[in-house]
Design a protein around this ligand. Structure first.
Ligand code: TXA
Ligand code: MG
Length: 425
């Protein structure tokens, strides 16, 4: 199978006759909205929509969180195509993406939208929040999800993405799209079209390229059907923001944060963790931001027995000095960002140089990425940094953790703890 990347042109302005209606900030309507009649048959969005209607090979598309691998959520064969392309275990349910509330209404139970979700939807949709709903009984709003979407559960996860490109695609297809992140199972989620190509080349036909994802970590998954409501996965919407909504004041964490995984400095046994978000390199996470890695890096971390030079990488998020404070040589700098990236928001600077021993001799090759101290920027660049360091041949990546807050920092640390094979305090 040949995989093509189709670039979706950004609207030139709000007056762009074909795409202007999704110029930034334009498509905020929760409820009904209609497509302009001007999207041409040959546009990448139409080509992708036709493929999603007719074929059982999924199509990758950007959302504001990460790239998704989409299929018509009402067609079993199409949904099975997702699991096949990703190598994903079929007991892990998929998130359903809708274009507007009218589309959601087709999949609601007869009793309608549970009240607990009214305010969170108004506040956070379109956006990075996934809610669990009961799978509608036959005859509800008329829509029927393929059973493969829910992996046999009695609930399904659904969100309305903020990405106008994604919502336009869903609207063109006319059916909700089931879409997991478009990475191969166990790999970091993709935030650029080339990341999808890295993982799924030859396994899908089409990748829509809409540039870098702006949030960079996946949506927050919440279950409001139980009491108190539970945040199952931290993501783009923080638990502190959720707790401001009616009925959500007592929302609890259904994931492990520092209070549960902390206090453990010994390496975890290999194979003990469920591998997820992982680059090929070994990831060593430092929980506390204040400490320079240099204090805790050991000889074995940087020196390789057997002569071959090791490539040692650092991802910094605010307080570490270059190379975690270890001695290093002069650097070459390289900007890692999308070609033609307009705002370069998804980009970061990577330095390449050498780690120096006490005698001033080079002991290892060095890569250094600074994601900055703004936690939103860290979230945006994290997966791209892990992937880039992999591409550059890193053997080990030391990561400076961020303080585990009740905002998007919780999502950053959650993904890092899953990617790490070792956590140091
Ligand atoms: O931001 C996102 O959510 C991205 C983009 C593409 O929308 N999608 C995404 O999907 O991250 P995925 O499949 O990689 O993660 C879906 C998560 C999984 O942890 C899954 O177990 C959970 O949502 N999930 C989905 N349906 C569920 C359900 N009915 N009950 C409990 N958890 C569910
Ligand atoms: Mg995923």
């Amino acid at each position: 199978m040949k995989t093509r990347i189709l670039k979706v042109p950004l609207p030139s302005s709000e007056n762009d006759s074909e795409l202007g209606f999704w110029a930034p900030g334009k498509l905020n309507a929760l409820s009904t909205w209609t497509l302009p009649p001007t999207i041409s048959e040959s546009s990448p969005l139409q080509i992708a929509a036709h493929a999603l209607q007719a074929s059982s090979t999924p199509v990758a598309f950007p959302t504001e969180t990460v790239y998704g691998l989409g299929a018509d959520a009402t067609r079993s064969s199409a949904v099975r195509g997702i699991y096949a392309a990703k190598g994903r275990p079929s007991d892990n349910p998929l998130i359903v993406h809708v274009s507007d509330l009218d589309m959601l209404a087709r999949f609601l139970p007869r009793s309608g939208l549970p009240e607990i979700y009214e305010e969170v939807i108004r506040k956070f949709w379109p956006g990075p929040l996934t809610i669990l709903l009961p799978v509608p009984e036959a005859g509800g709003g008329g829509g029927v999800l393929a059973p493969e979407v829910t992996a046999g559960l009695s609930t399904f996860g659904v969100r309305m993405p903020a990405s106008a490109l994604a919502r336009t695609l869903i609207k063109l297809v006319g059916q909700p799209l089931a879409a997991p992140s478009a990475n191969a199972s166990t790999r970091p989620s993709p935030t650029k079209a080339v990341h999808v190509l890295e993982d799924l080349d030859g396994r899908i036909e089409l990748i829509l390229d809409g540039g870098d994802c702006q949030v960079g970590v996946e949506s927050t998954v919440v279950d409001g059907l139980c009491s108190p409501p539970v945040v199952l996965r931290p993501g783009g919407v923080g638990i502190e923001e959720l707790r401001q909504c009616k009925g959500w004041e007592g929302a609890v964490k259904g994931y492990k944060d520092h209070s549960e995984v902390g206090g453990r400095s010994a390496p975890r046994a290999p194979g003990m963790k469920y591998k997820h978000y992982s680059p090929r390199a070994r990831v060593v996470l430092f929980e506390k931001q204040q400490q320079q890695a240099g204090n805790r890096v050991e000889e074995g971390d940087v020196l390789l027995e057997g002569g071959k030079e090791k490539t040692v990488a650092f991802i910094r998020t605010g307080t570490w000095k270059v190379a975690g404070g270890l001695r290093s040589s002069k650097f070459e700098e390289k900007r890692i960002s999308e070609e033609g990236d307009q705002d370069e928001q998804g980009g970061f600077v990577m330095k390449q140089g050498s780690l120096l021993g006490l005698d001033g001799q080079e002991i290892a090759r060095l890569l250094d990425v600074d994601l900055g101290h703004d936690v939103k920027g860290v979230a945006r660049g994290l997966f791209a940094a892990l992937r880039e360091l992999d591409r550059q041949g890193a053997d080990v990546i030391f990561v400076e953790g961020v303080s585990d807050g009740d905002d998007i920092a919780a999502a950053v640390m959650n993904r890092l703890r899953k990617a790490a094979s070792e956590i140091r305090q």
